[in-house]
Design a protein around this ligand. Structure first.
Ligand SMILES: Nc1ncnc2c1ncn2[C@@H]1O[C@H](COP(=O)(O)OP(=O)(O)OP(=O)(O)O)[C@@H](O)[C@H]1O
Length: 455
């Protein structure tokens, strides 16, 4: 990676905004200091300085996709605008190699009075295309945007979705070397978003992408590395999964106070779970006799896996077990399993929620669930010092060959508002060795597959 040339190099970058308390201070600032200097007097400032970015340094290699995460106001948009050249830095510098196309705030770069067609020409020419080149590409751009006759209407009449469609269509056809994509993509409908994602995945095979999102799952899914920005400074640069986990952890901690996990262990009591018989994949017996059987190796619970939480309760055991309670070290995708999570309450818990989700090696959540809905009307009360055991009985989805992990959590409250007591990233790890599934995130058991031929 380090031998690949840099597409973006950011060095000692800082951006200071001048903040005026009253509108008249801005006027005074433009006149008074100049006059006083002419008179040989000292010049006061009528503004306060606010550093939106300070001492940022990092580089992005050609062909890399890097995510930028951070809370509202942390400086992400300011950084993107400087990378795109629409904002000048106060200190430091940014060097980019090649054509940079950006999908930033809604409609940025569009003239609202111009039609969609005129804006396509305006935008694409700003990005360096000649009129002839735009003529050749216009139909493809209009087809990608798929906004029908609106292409001939002023963009001020567009919905936010139409803005994004047109803006993305332009940047997808200018042969950019670097794409800068802000949260804007989330405005489009699901079909358009998928079209954009298909384009992006193709572009990412060679091009460089900076992707900014509050959606840490999307960042983990798309990006190799991520930069977490906090109050204008880099807090972490590294693998996207680690950046997302650290960021989420800090977010939770700031909402509910620092982690105070206690270290006691406890053995949870036994609970009976009835598994309702469910239809199985009609091919299961056949598949299970072949190399397509989805053999998934389950590694033991790692109590020392990275974790955070307020610590009024603690997860003490996590295992996939059979109906008799024996832990599995291998399971077969498409067959029934029970996930057992043992917890201990250190203080009384009035509405505990226990949950899990399984992620693939990119950190993309695949499936998961929690106890909230089942117990929302009659939450379980757990006395201080008591242990509780939760079992989720489900049919294991068929996993593609690869590595997976399960995150588990113990919280208290409601689905919307809760305190995380113990959240363990990658509490157990799986490895799918063989599979009948080659496309899609997971396979689903097919109850029947049939071809009928008219006689
Ligand atoms: N023109 C400006 N004048 C003064 N302060 C500004 C200006 N633009 C941004 N800021 C401030 O700089 C800080 C960083 O803003 P920025 O928009 O870059 O954050 P962000 O991480 O993109 O936020 P969000 O996720 O909400 O879009 C914020 O505190 C914001 O109020």
């Amino acid at each position: 990676m380090s031998s690949t040339p840099h597409a973006i190099s950011v060095q000692d970058l800082g951006k200071c905004y001048q903040i005026y308390e009253r509108p008249q201070d801005r006027l005074k600032q433009s006149i008074v200091p100049r006059l006083r200097r002419l008179m040989g007097l000292s010049a006061p400032d009528y503004y306060k300085e606010f550093w939106a970015l300070r001492d940022l340094s990092f580089s992005v290699h050609q062909g890399e996709t890097v995510g930028i995460i951070g809370r509202n106001g942390s400086g992400k948009s300011t950084l993107l605008q400087i990378i795109c050249g629409t904002l000048t830095p106060t200190t430091g510098r940014v060097e980019t190699t090649g054509r940079v196309a950006a999908l930033l705030e809604l409609g940025a770069g569009f003239n609202p009075e111009f039609t969609g067609r005129e804006n396509v020409y305006l935008n694409a020419s700003v990005l360096g295309l000649t009129e002839e080149q735009i003529d050749v590409r216009f139909d493809a751009i209009a087809a990608f945007a798929d906004i029908g006759d609106f292409i001939e209407q002023p963009v001020k009449t567009y919905s936010s979705g139409m803005y994004v469609r047109l803006a993305f269509a332009v940047i997808a056809h200018v042969e950019a070397d670097i794409l800068v994509i802000d949260e804007a993509l989330s405005v489009g409908d699901v079909f358009f978003t998928q079209k954009c994602m298909r384009f992006l995945r193709g572009f990412m095979e060679q091009g460089t992408v900076i992707f900014v999102s509050h959606d840490t799952s999307a960042v983990q899914n798309l990006c190799q590395r991520a930069i977490w920005i906090e109050r204008g400074a880099v807090r972490f640069i590294g693998p996207a999964k680690e950046a997302a986990e650290r960021y989420l952890e800090a977010l939770y901690e700031s909402q509910q106070g620092a982690s105070t996990l206690a270290q006691e262990e406890a053995s949870p009591p036994e609970v009976e779970v009835e598994i309702a018989p469910e239809p199985q994949d009609m091919r299961l017996r056949f598949l299970n006799c072949t190399q397509f059987r989805n053999d998934i190796e389950i590694f033991a619970f790692d109590p020392s896996a990275p974790a955070f939480g307020k610590g009024d309760g603690r997860i003490t055991s996590v295992a996939l077990i059979d109906a008799n309670g024996a832990p599995y070290s291998w399971v077969v995708g498409g067959e029934d399993v029970i996930l057992e999570i043992g917890c201990q309450a250190h203080t009384a818990m009035y509405s505990p929620i226990i949950g899990f989700f399984v992620r693939d090696h990119l950190g993309q959540p695949l499936f998961g669930d929690n106890t909230y809905v089942t117990y929302s009307r009659a939450p379980k009360f757990v006395e201080a010092g008591k242990t509780m055991i939760t079992r989720f009985a489900f049919r294991m989805p068929i996993l593609r060959v690869g590595d997976y992990s399960m995150t588990v959590a113990l919280a208290e409250g409601t689905q919307q508002e809760h305190v995380q007591h113990h959240w363990i990233h990658d509490a157990i790890v799986f490895k799918s060795h063989t599979s009948s599934v080659a496309t899609g995130l997971v396979g689903i058991p097919m109850q029947s597959i049939e071809i009928r031929v008219d006689s």
